[in-house]
Design a protein around this ligand. Structure first.
Ligand code: NAD
Length: 458
């Protein structure tokens, strides 16, 4: 059997080797899930919910060890690992509260012996190919509502978050979800590709644009329901009436939290020329206060970069920005290993000829561009192939609403950033993807509407 080696990105040490799947085992697991799904659907919703309630309790009880596992394989600072697990609880509560209403059959017409109804049936067997940066969030957004609505789930954690994925499977099974209803599939891209070759009813993917595009090409002709939650190059505009210090503190956190490895990290900042210098000074002061180091330390803010190849991407963006005239204000280099380390990096005097302002960085690096006013800011914010989130800082709500209405993004923020709510749909425009998770739409998405036309015999 294949083995997957798992390394600690903060130390480069081998943590574990786990058995990995291959084409044969993937086919067998898919067949198991297919056979088990009708039985799971027959379990009353109240009992399916009880399983998820027990799963939630186990996450609470084991939170410390689950956080330690995630930190060991992703390099995420331990406090942020705890934050993610605590954040998951609110999402679970939302799904538990809302799922019943989403599954009620609706009578939309009843007249003269004719009745029309919409029934919400599960998709069937769904595959979730997941990312490593927030494995509990992006996984839970999919498999919790998918299971609650009666689907069987084949869950492939990222090869950079496999131990976390296996812990999820163990907790779900201990909570009563049958072993063939939620099945972890272990491995890298080739195992993801093997999953796509199976007869499946939905594929829910979180990851990069390039992998998402490959998946879309493969599955498009097969009419499999496809959701792709991809990357971003998320902009924020700081208006001249904003408080530069407050905005800088919030945006430095939005850019560097989780070592800049959030899909909705702030990746571009535009600042009105009137407060540009004050903003940059406050931003640098905040970033200089971020403690870089061992992610198991309580006071670490910047941990390891999870994937070693990303260091070269960051270096290339730095070199390109410098060559094109940007001003490097701090950082700009790898930090000594072992492990994958990059210094928090801030540039000013950037422009859209630079990769730094065009392509997802996914690391602790940010460009700050001076703008002359609202029109230029909106133009630059929309000058991207992505469209995940965008923000505006100003005390003036009407101005913020007016600006954000013009920006192409799935989520928009006024005086905040890098924020996800279970009550709101999470989706992207352009190359940030198709489909959505979270909100009541993010429950419905795991069902298909079946239209009933019923004429009584009399
Ligand atoms: P990735 O595309 O490298 O990998 C994602 C998953 O796809 C992994 O499980 C991987 O094994 C699998 N995979 C790789 N090649 C495959 C193939 N040919 N066929 C099938 N599966 C394959 O992405 P990543 O590095 O894990 O995640 C980082 C990216 O995810 C960033 O771009 C980030 O913005 C994005 N992301 C988006 C969201 C969102 O909600 N929009 C959330 C988190 C992360």
């Amino acid at each position: 059997m294949n083995q997957l080696s798992i390394y600690n990105p903060a130390t480069a040490a081998l943590i574990s080797q786990v058995p990995a799947d291959d084409a044969g085992s993937v086919a067998a697991k898919t067949a198991q899930a297919r056979a088990a799904q009708p039985g799971w659907l027959a379990v009353p919703l109240a009992q399916r919910k009880e399983c998820i309630v027990r799963f939630r309790a186990a996450v609470v009880a084991q939170l410390e060890s689950l956080a330690a596992i995630m930190t060991s394989e992703t390099g995420k600072p331990i406090k942020m690992s705890r934050n993610e697990l605590n954040g998951l609880l609110g999402r679970i509560d939302f799904f538990l509260k809302e799922v019943d209403a989403q599954l009620v059959t609706e009578t939309v017409f009843a007249e003269g012996g004719m009745t029309e109804q919409i029934q919400h049936i599960p998709l069937g067997v769904v595959v979730n190919i997941s990312a490593w940066n927030y494995p509990w969030f992006v996984g839970g957004n999919v498999y919790i509502p998918a299971l609650l609505t009666g689907n069987a789930v084949l869950y492939k954690p990222s090869e950079y978050a496999t131990l976390t994925g296996l812990a999820m499977a163990r907790l779900l099974h201990e909570a009563g979800v049958p072993k063939d209803v939620f099945i972890a599939v272990v491995g890298g891209g080739e195992v993801g590709a093997a999953l796509m070759a199976q007869k499946i009813d939905g594929l829910f993917f979180t990851g990069s644009y390039s992998t998402g595009a490959r998946i879309a090409q493969t599955l498009g002709p097969r009419m499999v329901k496809l959701q792709l939650e991809l990357g971003g190059k998320d902009p924020t505009y700081v208006c001249e009436d904003a408080n530069p210090k407050t905005a800088a503190e919030s945006l430095a956190d939005g850019a560097m939290y989780n070592t800049g490895q959030s899909c909705c990290s702030v990746e571009r900042i535009y600042v009105h020329e009137k407060i540009h210098d004050a903003f940059v000074a406050a931003f640098l002061e905040t970033v200089r206060g971020f403690k870089v180091g061992d992610p198991t330390n309580e006071d670490t803010y910047i941990g390891a970069v999870t994937r070693a190849p990303q260091l070269a991407v960051l270096e290339a963006q730095v070199a390109d920005a410098k060559a094109k005239g940007a001003t490097l204000l701090c950082g700009g280099t790898r930090l000594p290993g072992p492990g994958n380390w990059f210094a928090p990096t801030v540039f000013s005097n950037v422009n859209h000829s630079m990769e730094l302002m065009r392509e997802e960085s996914f690391g602790p690096i940010i460009g700050i561009q001076k703008v002359s006013g609202d029109a230029e800011a909106v133009k630059l914010m929309n000058d991207t192939r992505y469209g995940l989130t965008a923000g505006v800082f100003t005390p003036d709500e009407a101005r913020a609403r007016g600006l954000l209405a013009q920006v192409n993004a799935g989520s928009v923020y006024w005086n905040c950033c890098d924020r996800v709510s279970p009550r709101l749909p999470w989706s992207g425009h352009g190359d940030s993807g198709v489909g959505l998770t979270l909100s009541t739409y993010g429950i419905q998405t795991f069902t298909r509407p079946k239209a009933w036309h019923l004429r009584s015999a009399g």
